[in-house]
Design a protein around this ligand. Structure first.
Ligand code: 5AD
Ligand code: SF4
Length: 458
């Protein structure tokens, strides 16, 4: 019996798909070995952060209708953020009658039970009988306990994703996440430490701590004595050779205590993803971001004063309803000032039920021009900063064979930059000192310090 999981969206979803895979393995399913073989179950792990993510998922669920006709034994499940939106359950119920199981963001542990019920109802049903369909989207009150017992089938070696906090309390005015992922719930310190330890023992060279807002870790624990900075220090004190990254940080909650924990650690990477969204105070206020441009720039200075080589990435959104040309210029100016090593850029997409969706919208042509300009600018910044790496030696954790370069592997520096150099699949998971010899825009190229002969051969 084979399973196929189709994942949309962020790292949180990628990791939740690892939990879905863990549950399916427990039920006796194996990963689909080839696209030529028909799967017995397909799971769509969906995203609804922007309209295009949602449309892509719905389109692909539509395509499966034909597959299900060919193979009526196929089980089709839809999980993730999309299922948790207002009215989504009814839409799937009516328009996608061939979907067997719908699970919300805090219900994936129900998958084995619901597969059992679907199979039992199929076995018992006569031709005309209605088959059982599962719709579980309520927020379980014992979610954390259930989640701790969910098996994980990791798929991102040598990186292990580790959740530290679920949900979001921030309600940025454009964002659907707080509505589909519920309020913040932090895992216990011991559970996080145990998971990180077991990943290190299993040979994972890198752990990435996940949460919509990792900086507010612990705020929801009543007698809390551990905040995010303290958690970082405890993880840093664990034995073994490994690295730690975390995402995502919120500028309103990032502080000097966290920066000190990073700066004084050996294992926490000097790398931070700090979404700014916009460079204008008015737009930041309308977005309900709860920080100013000045505060944000102050954080960047503070981080760099403690960690001069820190790699900083961000998310930028253009075309928010109240963004004028002048506001957009403020964003351009901020991008020039900060010098991000990379930026994820988005066109604002109205999400039903969020305050910003009810505001008068900006024409698409304007959004398109603005996103084009910001991408071009950031590309030139990335290219310029890449050149600073040339001639230096950086420790790289090898992640994979390079997809586009035969005989090469790729991995990241501590600061998060992607490096490609000669190597083989045997190197995956190893730490290698690499001398950088060339930069091409966002990619750095080099040679392992202890294998200079590759220079002649490569
Ligand atoms: N439209 C466009 N981008 C969005 N993001 C969140 N909501 C929206 C939306 N409605 C972006 C933000 C966030 C990233 C994960 O997605 O930049 O940081
Ligand atoms: Fe969305 Fe804001 Fe929460 Fe991030 S912090 S998930 S952008 S509401």
């Amino acid at each position: 019996m084979f399973y196929k999981i189709v994942t949309y969206g962020c790292q949180m979803n990628v990791h939740e798909s690892e939990k879905i895979a863990g549950l399916l393995e427990q039920c006796g399913y194996s990963p689909l070995p080839s696209e030529d073989i028909a799967p017995d179950i397909i799971v769509f792990n969906t995203c609804c952060i922007r309209d295009n993510a949602e449309r892509r998922a719905l389109g692909n669920i539509g395509v499966v209708k034909a597959e299900k006709k060919r193979n009526p034994a196929l089980i089709l499940a839809v999980c993730g953020c999309m299922t948790q939106q207002d009215g989504a359950k009814d839409v799937i119920k009516q328009r996608y009658p061939y979907v067997d199981i719908v699970l919300g963001t805090r219900n994936i542990s129900r998958l084995p039970e619901e597969i059992g019920k679907v199979l039992a109802s199929r076995a018992a049903a006569k031709k005309s009988d209605k088959r059982y369909r599962a719709f579980d989207t309520e927020y379980l009150s014992d979610y954390l306990n259930v989640d701790e017992n969910t098996p994980v089938f990791r798929t991102s070696y040598p990186n292990a994703w580790v959740n530290i906090i679920y949900g979001c309390n921030n309600f940025c005015s454009y964002c659907i996440v707080p509505y589909v992922r519920g309020r913040e719930v932090s895992r216990s310190v011991d559970d996080v430490l145990d998971e990180v330890k077991s990943c290190v023992d299993e040979g994972y060279g890198e752990t990435t701590l996940l949460g919509q807002n990792v900086n507010s870790y612990g705020n929801d624990i009543a007698d809390r004595d551990v905040n995010f900075a303290a958690l970082l220090r405890k993880i840093d004190a664990l034995d073994g050779k490994f690295r730690v990254r975390f995402m995502t940080s919120h500028p309103k909650d990032l502080n000097e205590e966290i920066a000190d924990a990073m700066a004084q650690s050996n294992k926490i990477c000097k790398n931070i993803h700090l979404p700014v969204q916009a460079g204008s105070d008015k737009v930041l206020r309308d977005m309900n971001r709860r920080y100013t441009r000045e505060h944000y720039l102050g954080l960047i200075d503070m981080l760099r004063s403690k960690m001069p080589d820190i790699g900083i990435t961000t998310d930028i959104m253009v075309g928010f309803p109240t963004e004028t040309e002048e506001d957009f210029r403020d964003t351009v100016d901020l991008v020039e000032k900060v010098g991000y090593s990379n930026a994820f850029t988005f066109v604002y997409s109205p999400r039903k039920g969020t305050p910003a969706a009810a505001m008068p919208q900006i024409p698409y042509e304007i959004k398109k021009r603005r996103i084009g300009e910001i991408i071009k600018l950031q590309n030139s910044v990335t290219k310029r900063l890449s050149e600073n790496y040339i001639g230096g030696v950086y420790e790289v954790l090898v992640e994979d064979v390079a997809p586009k370069h035969a005989g090469m592997v790729c991995g990241r520096t501590d600061s998060g930059r992607l490096v490609t150099f000669p190597g083989s699949s045997d190197d995956v998971g190893k730490f290698v000192d690499v001398r950088i010899t060339e930069s091409r825009s966002a990619s750095l190229f080099g040679f392992a310090e202890d294998k200079p002969f590759d220079k002649q051969n490569g």
